[in-house]
Design a protein around this ligand. Structure first.
Ligand SMILES: *Cc1c(COP(=O)(O)O)cnc(C)c1O
Length: 357
């Protein structure tokens, strides 16, 4: 590998003089803050919400750093992973010039963000077992390929990508390799965040939206080399993480034991649900999952979807997605919700049987 970060950055970003906010220019302790045009009298909310939040979220990163075993200067926090994804495009991909590689079926935001940033999308579809097609990826990469997007466990298929395959990509590609680990807490795979020192081109994405149960907070975590993080920090909006998000996340992170318990419960329920679905005559295949959802290939997926809607149950219809035909993606619910789903499926199959008689 011949990794040269300097050559990857968009020239306008390399020469960017970032906005310098009030909270950035003065970081010491003072008792009178008259530097940021805030309302010094207060706000309708209690506490310090009249003040701008810490632009670099030091306290929150400190806490995350202990949990993730990654130094704060190798972390960027985004308004959801979706902000992290967009910032990677804006920092590295020259509109109309550069390209990225995605491996569908995968998370939709990579291509949406690519299109917003006018970056060409090259696709190396996953193989039949939803693993990487390494030869195809190698064939697609050229001098203008800035980022290869990998998602493990993958959404919507649910499986882990083989670790050795990800390592091959990391070892042979001179651009950035993003490993999106939104569902890593449900997987038996170790995070790639532990290997940041081995791979200067590695970017790991995680989020509080899934296992931590905090999709409403909007907090995504990007982990990479200090150099990559420094670039992203020049491009980000000055106060991208709201104070309530910082406060609540700091509080939530004290409850790791509870979260781990939820994760175990969700994994058990996922395995049980998958087994039940496997027995259904209309199910062709339940794909193995390392996440909090599973993908099911069934006969007449669209009809099943519509029937479930009529019962007030919404699953994700992936039946029209390329390489996912006739598949529904089902998130694990509560015990009671899962029972409702299984009951509805049983009623649907009764209905089908009655029609066929
Ligand atoms: C849900 C999900 C995310 C999380 O996005 P947030 O913006 O952090 O909520 C990221 N990547 C994948 C693959 C996802 O499925």
């Amino acid at each position: 590998m011949n990794f040269n970060l300097d050559a990857l950055i968009r020239p306008n970003i390399k020469s960017l003089k970032p906005y310098s906010s009030a909270r950035h220019e003065f970081t010491g302790e003072a008792s009178v803050y008259l530097d940021a045009n805030e309302n010094s009298l207060g706000s309708p909310l209690p506490k310090w919400y009249n003040r701008y939040p810490d632009p670099l979220q030091a306290q929150l990163k400190e806490k995350l750093s202990h949990i993730k075993q990654v130094p704060p200067q190798q972390m960027f926090l985004g308004n959801g992973s979706d902000e992290c994804i967009d910032l990677l495009f804006r920092s590295f991909c020259r509109p109309g010039v550069d390209n990225i590689i995605i491996c569908p079926p995968t998370y939709g935001m990579y291509s949406v963000s690519a299109n917003i940033n006018d970056t060409a999308i090259r696709t190396a579809p996953l193989l039949d077992d939803y693993q990487l097609n390494l030869a195809h990826i190698e064939q697609l990469a050229d001098a203008n390929t800035k980022i290869i997007w990998l998602c493990s466990p993958n959404n919507p298929t649910g499986n882990d990508l083989h670790r050795a395959d990800i390592e091959v990509v990391l070892n042979n590609f001179n651009g950035l390799v993003v490993v999106d680990e939104a569902y890593i807490n449900f997987s038996r795979q170790a995070t790639f965040a532990k290997q940041l020192a081995d791979y200067p081109n590695l970017v790991v994405l995680q989020t509080l939206s899934k296992a931590w149960g905090l999709a409403g907070l909007r907090l995504g975590i990007m982990m990479a080399s200090p150099e990559i993080i420094a670039i992203i920090n020049t491009v980000k909006a000055p106060y991208n993480i709201a104070q309530p998000t910082q406060d609540l996340a700091i509080k939530a992170l004290d409850n790791m034991a509870d979260v781990n318990q939820m994760i175990h419960l969700i994994v058990d329920m996922r395995n049980a649900l998958a087994e039940v679905f496997e027995q259904m005559p209309i199910v062709e295949k339940v794909y193995p999952s390392a996440a909090n959802f599973f993908l099911v290939k069934m006969y007449g997926a669209k009809q099943v979807y519509d029937y479930l809607i009529s019962r007030g149950i919404v699953v994700r219809d992936r039946s029209n997605v390329q390489f996912c035909d006739n598949a529904l993606r089902i998130t694990v619910g509560t015990e009671q919700e899962n029972t409702q789903l299984v009951d509805a499926m049983a009623d649907y199959m009764d209905l089908l049987a009655a029609q066929n008689n």
